[in-house]
Design a protein around this ligand. Structure first.
Ligand SMILES: O=C[C@H](O)[C@H](O)[C@H](O)COP(=O)(O)O
Length: 225
């Protein structure tokens, strides 16, 4: 079975945790797409769902299919958030932000009672870091941050869109770094990166995930923290 179908299998298994009356965080990306579609179906069938979107792209899609999108301030707290990941390890640690949505995703995850990560089997890894770690930076500081990241041995590359700098929904830059060979513990690395002024957020999600659902063939494999 190809990864697209595995994404759908995982997404549909996750949507079973969504009940009418809940406030739901909607993730971003090609796996989250199937979850948003399925929640749209629930709404069509009468479920009352209030949703907070983790990106402009997700907001557009959710609104188009009739999901009531509210602000995080209006929701205050979310019952559950369902989101994808670029990599997930056996300790429920993630790399996210391949699609540039890591900042809002991390804020929404932080404000959710339950966080479910959905992914196809290719995203499940024993060690994070084959996927480059996205770091969101303030444009004023990006060039100098890149120098610091270079000195840390992280081989930073600023993300581009065509010939121009890639911009996030918050109009920030993304610098992708290579953490595969880093000897620093991920929690320490995260802490260190966050002390550099101008780094807004990293795509390391180390503590927020409660449940991982991996689509493997026709099966949805659930792993609870
Ligand atoms: O910025 C994007 C998000 O973190 C996505 O959830 C992540 O990149 C996974 O996306 P996809 O499901 O398309 O592989």
């Amino acid at each position: 079975m190809n990864s697209v179908n595995e994404k759908k299998v995982a997404a549909l298994a996750a949507v079973k945790y969504v009940k009418s009356g809940m406030s739901v965080g909607l993730g971003t990306g090609s796996t989250a797409f199937f979850m948003i579609e399925a929640i749209g179906e629930m709404v069509k069938n009468g479920a009352v769902i209030k949703a907070v979107a983790t990106s402009n792209e997700t907001e557009k899609l959710a609104t188009k299919i009739g999901i009531d999108v509210i602000t995080l301030a209006e929701a205050k707290r979310l019952d559950v958030t369902i989101d994808g990941a670029d990599e997930v390890d056996d300790d429920f640690q993630l790399i996210k932000g391949g699609g540039g949505a890591l900042l809002r995703e991390k804020i929404v995850a932080h404000n959710s009672d339950m966080n479910i990560i959905i992914a196809d089997s290719s995203k499940s890894v024993s060690k994070l870091g084959k996927f480059k770690l996205p770091i969101e930076t303030i444009p004023f500081a990006t060039k100098l941050i890149k120098i610091e990241l270079e000195e840390m041995g992280l081989s930073p590359v600023q993300r581009l869109k065509g010939d121009a700098d890639y911009k996030t929904d918050e109009n920030n830059d993304i610098v992708d770094v290579d953490i595969w060979n880093t000897t620093v513990k991920l929690t320490d690395l995260e802490q260190k990166l966050k002390t550099i002024p101008g780094i807004v957020e990293t795509g390391l999600f180390l503590t927020t995930t409660n449940l991982v659902i991996i689509g493997k063939g026709e099966q949805a494999i659930e792993k609870r923290r």
